[in-house]
Ligand binder design. Structure first.
Ligand SMILES: *Cc1c(COP(=O)(O)O)cnc(C)c1O
Length: 411
């Protein structure tokens, strides 16, 4: 115990969500996939697995409707298409997110307008959203980043007062709650991802939920080329794609769904242990969770204050590499609006549509307008996290962080 220097400690391979070591895929999935294959029906338009998945997910969340689709990106696209913005209308969102949460806005001809984030929670706030609302705002898209819910109480109050629908991006926040309510059921629409690295997975896949009859019908149609399955005189009613999930994915998802609650609960337990173990480190913050919220720990983030801990999250991340820990300083390397698709407006041919319709302020990405966003990226260190962590893994992480902290602070 007295010599814990990096060179002497036997490196541990943490379980990874990119392979079996950190996933819950097993015989339950294999049995259901086999049943799907034996049925000979692999399309969800005729099969039973995706239907069951949709019913069970809706029940789990207490939502009136759930629909499965091809990816989290497709889920976001369904939500935006259901809101049906006019070209040039605006959807307020965050610049610290997956690009799959933003490109669907552009495909629907709308403009993503970025609200700043709270540098301690990495989430948008009611105040930061309010600061960028305009008479063209058609929806607000709230991302519960890393599984830590945004302040939905205040955000819903603001949105209701202005009559603006809220889309919740819950790709990272399965079973996280605010005031006892599941994320995804607080706004008008909730969007989820089943991509390889999310809480539960089918490799690729997505889900949307809503209580609203009209939005539900639009989303179901959007997944199905807007073909009115079951209608007396079906037609292709509007512009839409084939975003269906297939029965093989549906079968896997159905088995994964049973594992979701234990997965989240285990992630919470191990996260709590790590938080406990890192309480007294100068310049190292543990997740900041609102009193009315529960975090679902898609990832566990450290807030590394570069003013106290020299080199900030990059120095910590580099140090952790000696321990075989692949953390991600800065999460995404830059705010989404610095990516070429947004910065250079690379869209349809050389048209720059829909940016050609944007108010200048809506596409003003000047750094001074996003102090919280830049600060968040300068502070955040994303630790890999999954449901296969044991207390030994948490101890190893805590030890490595404390050792690296001591090494830097001594200098
Ligand atoms: C993963 C993710 C998406 C996109 O989901 P895909 O299934 O990868 O298309 C969207 N938003 C957030 C916040 C995500 O983490």
């Amino acid at each position: 115990m007295n010599d814990m220097s990096p060179v002497k400690v036997e490196p541990v391979n943490l379980p990874s969500d990119q392979d079996a070591s950190g996933r819950t895929l097993g015989k339950e999935e294999i049995e259901l996939v086999a049943a799907a294959i034996e049925s000979g029906t692999l399309t969800s338009t005729k099969g039973t697995f995706v239907k069951q998945l949709e019913e069970r997910f809706a029940t789990m969340l207490g939502s009136k409707y759930a629909f499965a689709c091809a990816s989290g990106t497709a889920a976001i696209h369904c939500a935006v298409a259901a809101i049906n913005p006019e070209p040039g209308e605006e959807i307020v969102t965050t610049a610290i997110t997956d690009m799959g949460a933003l490109t669907p806005i552009l495909y629907q001809g709308a403009i993503p307008v970025f609200a700043d984030v709270d540098p301690d929670t990495y989430n948008v706030t009611a105040a930061s959203i309010e600061a960028v609302l305009s008479d063209r705002t058609r929806a607000i898209m709230v991302t519960h980043l890393f599984g830590n819910p945004a302040e939905m109480g205040k955000i819903m109050e603001l949105a209701r007062a202005r009559g603006i629908p809220v889309i919740e991006d819950c790709a990272q926040s399965f079973l996280a709650t605010v005031d006892g309510r599941q994320t995804g059921t607080i706004g008008a629409i909730g969007c989820f991802s089943l991509q390889q690295g999310k809480h539960i997975t089918t490799g690729e896949g997505g889900l949307v939920v809503t209580d609203d009859d009209h939005l539900a019908r639009q989303m179901k149609l959007f997944i199905n080329k807007a073909w009115g399955y079951g209608d007396p005189k079906p037609d292709h009613y509007f512009l839409a794609l084939n975003y269906r999930m297939n029965e093989l994915q549906g079968a896997v998802a159905l088995a994964q769904l049973d594992k979701l609650a234990p997965c989240v609960s285990h992630r919470r337990d191990t996260a709590a242990s790590l938080t406990q173990a890192l309480q007294d480190l100068a310049g190292i913050g543990t997740p900041v969770i609102a009193p009315d919220a529960t975090h679902s720990y898609w990832k566990y983030c450290l807030n590394v204050d570069p003013d106290v801990f020299a080199g900030g999250p990059v120095a910590m991340g580099t140090g952790l590499r000696n321990w075989n820990i692949a953390s991600a300083p800065r999460y995404i390397q830059k705010p989404a609006f610095e990516c070429q698709v947004l910065r250079d407006q690379r869209t349809f041919g050389n048209s720059r549509f829909p940016f050609t319709l944007a108010r200048p302020e809506a596409v003003d990405y000047d750094r001074s307008r996003f102090p919280g966003t830049y600060r968040a990226l300068d502070q955040v260190l994303v630790l890999p996290w999954n449901e296969k962590y044991t207390s030994a893994h948490v101890d190893y992480l805590a030890t490595s962080i404390r050792e690296q902290h001591a090494a830097v602070m001594e200098k």
